[in-house]
Design a protein around this ligand. Structure first.
Ligand code: NDP
Ligand code: 8X3
Length: 250
């Protein structure tokens, strides 16, 4: 019987690539995001391979998270895999000059949003005594950099929450994996720099950045590991990257 995965942030980047590689492996998909047109497009393409349904909600909206996941028909509630991927950086700035709205967006989305989604999905996994949660943190959760402290804190929180989940859920047959990517060329920098394309492009210039599919490969590896194996934590850096902010550019 095919597995069902719920992926947050499936409209672009790592979430979309994960949906694509899961579809190629016959995993049915519950795709989540805010941008309906993009979500519909991903669903349209992948529905020739697997069963696909979509949920439009903002992970920061506690009520919407509960209502939308709660509205799934019973057969879609048999979730095997939750990929907590939705998130972004918003702005780059020092702690004295950073925008508090940006801080709210990062803490509310990357941390509280992940918690809200997990709180609704975990009982569904517990009921069936099986499942796998994959949380997307970041190298930024392991190594703090100047002008990124709030984003880094949000991703450090994801790492800590992941450990807590593993401690609580392993005994119930639920695996928990942390994936910590380095520099991946997605819409991430465009969002961080609020649509400034030239600034976003510079992030990936002079080296060969990770692609979303590289991260999706690792996620698939983790969820396909045999029962006796828990992939606890994978850090993936670009080939030219030796630390969060150390990238060897040509
Ligand atoms: P993208 O900007 O391409 O994708 C972000 C995804 O998250 C989109 O699908 C977006 O969908 C969704 N999203 C963002 N905020 C919300 C929200 N409040 N509610 C619902 N969905 C939301 O970036 P990436 O693919 O790179 O990012 C995916 C994850 O990977 C993030 O958690 C990011 O922090 C992490 N990461 C990224 C790295 C990189 O270098 N790119 C490195 C390390 C980690 P929509 O706008 O349609 O809602
Ligand atoms: C995204 C990677 O190093 O730009 O999490 O913060 S980084």
């Amino acid at each position: 019987m095919s597995r069902i995965a719920l992926i947050t942030g499936a409209t672009s980047g790592i979430g979309r690539a994960t949906a694509e590689i899961f579809a190629g492996s016959g995993i049915d998909l519950i795709l989540c995001g805010r941008r309906k047109e993009k979500l519909d497009e991903v669903a349209r393409v992948l529905s020739s391979q697997v069963r696909v349904t979509t949920l439009i909600f903002d992970v920061r909206d506690k009520g919407a998270v509960t209502a939308m996941i709660g509205s799934l028909p019973d057969e879609w509630k048999n979730i095997d895999i939750l990929v907590n991927n939705a998130g972004n950086a918003h702005g780059m700035g020092s702690l004295d000059e950073g925008e508090t709205d940006d801080w709210d967006a990062m803490i509310d989305g990357n941390v509280k949003g992940l918690l809200y989604v997990s709180k609704v999905v975990i009982p569904l996994l517990l009921e069936r005594g099986t499942g796998h949660i994959v949380n997307i943190s970041s190298i930024a959760g392991k190594q703090t950099y100047a002008n990124g402290a709030v984003y880094c804190a949000s991703k450090a929180a994801v790492e800590v929450i992941t450990e807590g989940m593993r401690l609580e859920l392993t005994q119930h047959g639920i695996k928990v994996t942390n994936i910590a990517p380095g520099a991946v060329e997605t819409e991430f920098s465009l969002v961080r720099f609020k649509g400034d394309e030239s600034r976003a492009e510079k992030v990936y210039q002079g080296f060969d950045p990770l692609q979303a599919a590289d991260i999706a490969d690792a996620i698939l590896y983790a969820v396909n590991a045999p029962d006796r194996v828990t992939i606890a934590d994978i850090t993936i850096l670009a080939g030219a990257q030796s630390a969060a902010t150390v990238i060897h550019r040509k």
